[in-house]
Ligand binder design. Structure first.
Ligand SMILES: Cc1cc2nc3c(=O)[nH]c(=O)nc-3n(C[C@H](O)[C@H](O)[C@H](O)COP(=O)(O)OP(=O)(O)OC[C@H]3O[C@@H](n4cnc5c(N)ncnc54)[C@H](O)[C@@H]3O)c2cc1C
Length: 435
């Protein structure tokens, strides 16, 4: 950054909240993906007005701004491929308001999910499921520094275009979010956990489908295929049976009877589909034991090679067995070391492929396999990403899922809101006039 720009930023946040030291810039050059690029500087703003002033400077001098949360993303969305200034939101970590009577909370963007859940716990409320479904309203700083409030604190509104939805998932390309209002719900007080094994992957797939037909809404419905089970047995030190698939189900409710009733229905489905072993936890401690394999899997697999790539392809729930079988076929064809696990109840699978970045042959195979997995997913009516976002990693594949008309509209919105392309440039496959 030129000295006059650096000075303008320091004047806004103070010297102690600005850095261009090498060690900080290296830390800000990556997220949890394989992408890497160093920014020119980073700042820690404390309030919406600071963010507004910083964006005005960036819009005047045309340098990139990359909003950053915890940097845990898996798609390279915070990697500053055009350099610029990282806006680390970690100081904006306050829970501003908890309004139980209105069933909402207002938070700053740096609040960690667990901290919010802990703050809600004494009142018996929580956030549940997919966070984007709970967003009621936002405060956003636009690239020209103007401050926008979207949405409403009401549980219902049919007023105007839904600008909140436009900004949720925009990956820092349209505005910097500085305040978020979220719906909350009463926390279920009872839960029941069960684990089942299958000699045939198709049977496990059928369980998912039958549970969907059963009118039960499990709070957890996870699936692990045979490679995952083997890795837990051979490298995770877990005593699991030799099986083609494992399913973990949790039911919950506002009474014990509600959770138990749902679990009885689930067990009927498991038995009907020839589960070879069914274990139902009798205590929270036993439930924790059943969760151990699922929780240990990702890191046990990652330890097998220096690098790994983890995708989050998602299909309509009835297509989960096809996606499982298809991914397995693709990975085997390329001779790759892989596991597949995921949230079968959401149609969301995580193929994780382990490799060595310094082996060009393996890198080439991974790249081919990932492309084929995305093709397969979209052919099954699915989406490239259920959780991780598009960022850099999936940008080249956007046309598999979205029509040219959709992409043109997304790019037109980007150009309209951010004509100088200062906000997180180069992401999500957006075409821009500037940069
Ligand atoms: C081990 C592991 C397990 C995971 N499991 C799950 C899971 O079970 N379910 C699930 O849904 N996800 C899961 N994820 C993905 C997880 O949801 C994301 O990593 C996380 O939400 C990203 O948050 P972050 O604060 O680290 O964002 P970052 O990586 O810092 O940023 C992500 C994007 O948001 C933008 N951004 C950040 N802050 C702002 C802001 N204030 N205003 C505008 N844009 C902003 C950034 O520019 C970037 O484009 C997992 C990730 C890991 C590493």
């Amino acid at each position: 950054l030129e000295n006059r720009i650096k000075q303008a930023i320091v004047d806004i946040v103070g010297t102690s909240n600005f850095t261009d030291s090498l060690i900080d810039l290296v830390s800000y050059s990556y997220d949890a993906s394989d992408h890497e690029q160093r920014p020119d500087a980073a700042v820690w703003p404390a309030k919406t007005e600071d963010v507004s002033k910083i964006l005005q400077v960036a819009n005047t001098y045309h340098f990139p701004i990359i909003p950053r949360g915890a940097g845990t993303g898996l798609a390279g969305a915070v990697v500053p491929i055009h350099g610029g200034l990282i806006l680390d939101m970690c100081r904006m970590n306050k829970i501003l308001d908890i309004r139980i009577a209105d069933r909402l909370v207002r938070v700053q963007p740096g609040v960690v999910y667990d901290d919010l859940q802990n703050a809600l716990a004494p009142s018996g409320f929580c956030l549940y499921g997919v966070t984007r479904d709970y967003v009621l309203s936002l405060v956003i700083v636009l690239p020209n520094g103007r401050i926008l409030r979207t949405g409403t604190d009401c549980m219902k509104s049919s007023s105007g275009l839904d600008l909140t939805r436009l900004f949720v998932g925009s990956e820092g390309t349209l505005g910097v979010i500085t305040e978020i209002t979220l719906k909350i719900i009463p926390k279920p007080i009872a839960s029941k956990t069960c684990q089942a094994f299958f000699a045939d992957l198709q049977d496990a797939g059928q369980v998912v489908s039958d549970i969907m037909h059963s009118r039960i809404v499990p709070s957890v419905l996870e699936i692990l295929e045979e490679n995952a089970i083997q890795i837990l047995r051979n490298h995770g030190g877990m005593k699991l049976p030799d099986a083609r698939a494992m399913i973990l189900v949790e039911t919950d409710g506002y009474t014990k009877e509600e959770a138990d009733f749902q679990m009885t229905e689930v067990i009927n489905v498991l038995k009907k589909n020839r589960a070879t072993r069914i274990q139902v936890a009798k205590s929270p401690r036993e439930a924790e034991d059943l969760w151990r394999g699922r929780k240990a899997l990702s890191s046990a697999a990652a330890r097998l090679r220096p690098n790994n790539i983890s995708e989050d392809v998602t299909v309509p729930i009835s297509k989960v067995p096809d996606l499982l079988a298809g991914i397995s076929r693709i990975a085997r064809k390329h001779g790759l070391l892989f596991v597949i696990f995921g949230h079968a109840g959401d149609g969301n699978l995580h193929p994780k492929i382990m490799y060595d970045r310094n082996n060009p042959q393996q890198v080439q195979k991974i790249s081919a396999a990932v492309g084929e997995i995305f093709h397969l997913t979209c052919n099954l009516g699915g989406t490239l990403t259920g959780e991780h976002g598009i960022g850099l990693a999936k940008a080249p594949f956007m046309l598999l899922e979205h029509s040219q008309t959709s992409l043109d509209l997304m790019s037109a919105i980007k150009n309209l809101v951010d004509p100088n392309n200062i906000l997180n440039p180069g992401k999500m496959g957006l075409r821009t006039g500037a940069q």
